[in-house]
Write a protein that binds this ligand. Structure first.
Ligand code: HBI
Ligand code: FE
Length: 285
């Protein structure tokens, strides 16, 4: 199974790690694979995904038209919130990543997973980055939060506090849940691009579901190789954005002074929406 041309050769990589997406190089097979990946998610997301995510997905050309052309996608997105999507070869250095976000440029890996990686891929590919992360950049509060995250990233690097900030990213941007209309919905990109975790995160009795609290999230370790043992639930994107107005300095100092909380921890100060059985993880142990 050969990787897509975009993954095989990227052409010149600029100082900010951007490349030409080379949209013409995607094969029919890759356009078809994108449509199957997107179609599978669209059979699960109505009723489970944030309404704001679904509304944004409608407004952008993403679901059934093959691998998106990032230039065309940016022309649609920029008028809404000023965000553009730029092609990169894959994961880029933290400082480069933060600089893009602070300037409302979302760096998307240009390669599409192979058929063998259909159900799981280690490194974010264009499906995870664009189908998972991009739609909510059309939401003004979320768009402002992502820019604030980029600005905060630079400061966290200076203060050597990246692990704490990475937990905020992980438990919101990647695996966050949100209260909408009396229900709990998904918004994190890591869930949004995963059919099994879409169901697990909302409906399985195993994981904890806890009301979002910035410092609690920054204290909590996470797993990168399996479903989450705890999901945090925000009240709104506006509330998430408001949380970033706090001075993270003192929080970083307190978080740095203690060992991180294990992912399955429940504290009596937590706003517990669901006390997980952790059955999924016990069965795997
Ligand atoms: N680079 N392209 C890309 N995408 C990411 O999500 C990404 C990255 N570099 C660093 C990074 N994420 C994380 O380490 C930071 O959020 C902490
Ligand atoms: Fe991601």
């Amino acid at each position: 199974m050969c990787a897509s041309p975009a993954r095989r050769e990227t052409g010149p990589v600029a100082a900010d790690y951007t490349i030409d997406q080379n949209w013409d190089a995607y094969s029919d097979e890759e356009h078809d694979r994108w449509n199957r990946l997107a179609g599978r998610m669209m059979s699960l997301l109505p009723g489970r995904a944030s309404q704001q995510y679904l509304a944004a997905l409608e407004a952008l050309p993403l679901a059934g038209e093959g691998v998106p052309d990032l230039g065309r996608l940016s022309e649609k997105l920029a008028p809404l919130t000023g965000w553009r999507v730029v092609a990169v070869p894959g994961l880029v250095p933290d400082a480069v990543f933060f600089d893009h976000l602070a300037n409302r440029r979302f760096p998307a890996g240009a390669f599409l997973r192979t058929e063998a990686e259909f159900d799981y891929i280690e490194e974010p590919d264009i499906f995870h980055d664009v189908f998972g992360h991009v739609p909510l950049l059309a939401n003004p509060a979320y768009a402002a939060f992502m820019e604030a995250y980029g600005r905060g990233g630079h400061r966290a690097l200076e203060m050597d506090a990246l692990p704490a900030l990475a937990r905020l990213y992980w438990y919101t941007i990647e695996f966050g849940l949100i209260r909408e209309g009396g229900d709990t919905r998904i918004f994190g990109a890591g869930i949004m691009s995963s059919p099994r975790e879409t169901v697990f995160a909302l409906e399985d009795a195993s994981p904890n579901r806890i009301g979002f609290d910035l410092e609690r999230v920054m204290r909590t370790a996470y797993r990168i190789d399996d479903f989450q043992q705890t999901y945090f639930v925000i009240d709104s994107f506006e509330a998430l954005l408001a949380a970033t107005e706090a001075d993270f300095g003192p929080i970083y100092e307190r978080v740095r002074a203690e060992a991180p909380l294990p992912p399955e921890t429940l504290l009596d100060t937590d706003k517990v929406l669901h006390r997980g059985s952790q059955a999924y993880f016990r069965a795997k142990a």
